[in-house]
Write a protein that binds this ligand. Structure first.
Ligand SMILES: C[S@@+](CC[C@H](N)C(=O)[O-])C[C@H]1O[C@@H](n2cnc3c(N)ncnc32)[C@H](O)[C@@H]1O
Length: 396
């Protein structure tokens, strides 16, 4: 890229997965010198320097444990004494890159200051704007990252930030659209990280669907959903235009517990549903069919009338083998090439062990399995793979 010019990058990772992040950075940039600049309970920041690193836009998507990486423009050592140097540097970036508009994002990592990152961001943004550049919070031509640490400010720019940018939690909290829970954000992140396209009318299976974050996201994006969970879902929170059917052993017993005051939902017993599915595909009429039972105890999935599905999403709070066994039990319902997204529960130590176990368990069913520690994953990773119909057997 730049011949013998030394380039610098800043990489951010969850400190619980620092060793894994370091390992993958070393493998992606073998010639780089790496140095951890700062760490707090939620973030580690690693500075990389190398000649001709091979960094391209979108590089962050190739990592499983690094959630963001961006080119560094400069490092200002004493932030308090040099506050205006930080401002000058930001002005320099905007002018060197000839950006027509900018947005600045400030993140604090182990930097002691009473001011919140958000307040510092507004203060810096106003100061910069007062010197000429145009601020555009929605569609800026240039995104400036300022990471404040106890050893100094790292200033860089970015034109393809990962969803949420430096502070995904702040970003997600202020999204306009309604969301049901943190789980929904995991799916939003996974869809972006693995580049999954949801087509209009795409048929998806959501196992471990309650209270309904993933289903809500899939329905809101035009999909039809077969949701499976013995727990009831938040039906009221689903998109208003979605037609909903709940299949349960005995609808008369569960009806009083349904949280669906503001919408019409239909209930069928398992027997009624079996009869119905023999005559017509339920998804010709319903957008959401919730089978209110555990995947292990439902016989409905062998029904021919359900047709095939293009996405299988599994979020059941279980380890790799159990999650892979669920995928295996559903493979007759999957389209060849169906996308499988699943969360894998694991203790913090030794994630590699769980990754290997998931890889092994899924290898008989899918093509290569990819993993990511998403911002909204806690004690878990998210796995992604493509169903390979010619295999069809898990390695359990
Ligand atoms: C983390 S919650 C899922 C959250 C959900 N994805 C959302 O977005 O709201 C895990 C769910 O998995 C369900 N679950 C656990 N084992 C299951 C199984 N074998 N079959 C179906 N659901 C299961 C639990 O009942 C629980 O509701």
């Amino acid at each position: 890229m730049c011949g013998d010019v030394e380039e610098e990058f800043a990489a951010l990772a969850d400190p619980r997965f620092y060793t894994q992040a370091l390992k993958e950075l070393k493998s992606a940039f073998p010639t780089a010198k790496l140095k951890r600049i700062a760490q707090d309970s939620a973030n580690s920041i690693i500075l990389l320097s190398c000649e001709d690193c091979g960094y391209k836009h979108g590089t962050a998507y190739m990592f499983s444990y690094v959630y963001e990486i961006f080119p560094v423009f400069t490092f200002v050592k004493d932030i308090d004494a040099e506050y205006y140097t930080v401002i000058e540097n930001v002005l320099d970036i905007i002018s060197v890159l000839g950006a027509k508009s900018f947005r600045i994002e400030v993140k604090k990592i182990d930097y002691k200051s009473k001011e919140r990152a958000k307040d510092l961001e507004v203060k810096m943004g106003r100061e910069i704007e007062s010197r000429g550049p145009v601020a555009d919070l929605k569609n800026p031509k240039l995104l400036i990252n300022v990471v404040l640490t106890s050893s100094g400010a790292i200033i860089g720019s970015q034109d393809v930030p990962k969803i949420g940018g430096l502070d995904a939690f702040r970003y997600f909290n202020k999204l306009d659209a309604e969301h049901i829970n943190r789980s929904e954000f995991k799916l939003i992140e996974a869809i972006e990280h693995f580049g999954v396209e949801i087509k209009k009318g795409e048929r998806c299976i959501d196992v471990g669907s309650a209270p309904g974050g993933w289903t809500h996201f899939l329905l809101s994006n035009g999909a039809k959903v077969l949701a499976i969970d013995s727990a009831l879902m938040d039906y009221d929170a689903m998109p208003p235009q979605s037609s909903i059917l709940i299949v349960m052993q005995d609808p008369s017993k569960s009806k009083p517990f349904l949280k669906a005051e503001n919408r019409k939902i239909e209930l069928k017993s398992v027997k009624e549903f079996e009869e119905y599915a023999k005559k017509s595909n339920p998804f010709n009429y319903y957008d959401l069919v919730h089978v209110a039972s555990n995947i292990t105890s439902t016989s409905l999935l062998s029904l021919d009338g359900l047709g095939k599905f293009g996405i299988l999403a599994i979020d059941i709070n279980r380890g790799p083998e159990e999650a892979a066994a669920v995928a295996a039990s559903l493979c007759t319902l999957l389209d060849p090439g169906a996308r499988i997204i699943m969360t894998i529960k694991m203790p913090e130590s030794k994630p590699e062990h769980y990754v290997e176990e998931a890889r092994r368990a899924l290898s008989g069913l899918t093509t290569e399995v990819k993993f990511a520690k998403l911002r909204h994953n806690r004690q878990e990773l998210t796995a992604f793979a493509i169903f390979n119909a010619s295999r069809g057997e898990p390695n359990l």
